[in-house]
Ligand binder design. Sequence first.
Ligand code: BT5
Length: 260
Amino acid sequence: MDRKRSAQSGPEGRVIKYFETLDSTNITAKEFAEKGAPEGTVIQAGQQLAGRGRLGRVWKSQAGKGLWFSLILYPKTAAEFCPQVTLLTAVAVAEALQKAAGVQGRIKWPNDILLDDRKICGILSEMALTTEGAIEYAIVGIGININMSSEDFGAVLADTAASLYLATGMEYECKQVLKAVLEEFDQLYGQWHREGFAPIRKKWREYNCTLGRMVTVKDNDEEIYSGTAEDVDDYGSLLVRNAAGKIESFDFGEVSIRSC
Ligand code: BT5
């Protein structure tokens, strides 16, 4: 689904392609990546008709009420470390929300940013591999609720979702928040390539609200493990210590945790 699009150059000549309506910015971003779009290209939609979360879940993305976009990346790392980019993105969003709106976002492993325990942002990372198993490209989809009201969220999400508008009582320009996120992202992505994951993991720990908490790990809604969230490892996996002291690691492609 591709209706009315415009292209503009963002900071440092970044390509930002804006579409009024898309099914999912991640799907369109993949099409652009297949055609070799430059690193950092942004595919943004005013609304998504089939916005996606993980594991086939739906992401509500109403017209003009939020920031729905995907970044096209060619990370210079082995595929198994690609989840680090999701953690890095979560830090970038938390920092940007602080700078753009003065709110204190907390990262719930692996891909949620919460305000007062309500979800304001979700991240959906996907990657394509070459036949040799190297990263061909990665797509990082980011959804941030900007001006959504409780009515916009509807009964299902009203108790669990947050927006900048609900948190601050003010409306924000999506464009300004996008600019802030891209600035933070570029800075962290550059640092990650230069210095590795260690400084990113340090910042992630500062913003996270998962470590030290009791968590229940679920696979397809079935509870499979519970214990204390100890740390994240180099693969972005969550390390959970159960009551018997046994530590298991969980890959965020497969599981989600119930509480933060
Ligand atoms: C996510 O999945 O949180 C990833 C969401 C990524 C959305 C972006 S928007 C741009 C790009 N294009 C896409 O198609 N997707 C990405 P997950 O952890 O599975 O969470 C999904 C759950 O969040 C749903 O099952 C709902 O419970 C809840 N949810 C749906 N829409 C929401 C919203 N707008 N705000 C808060 N929570 C929402």
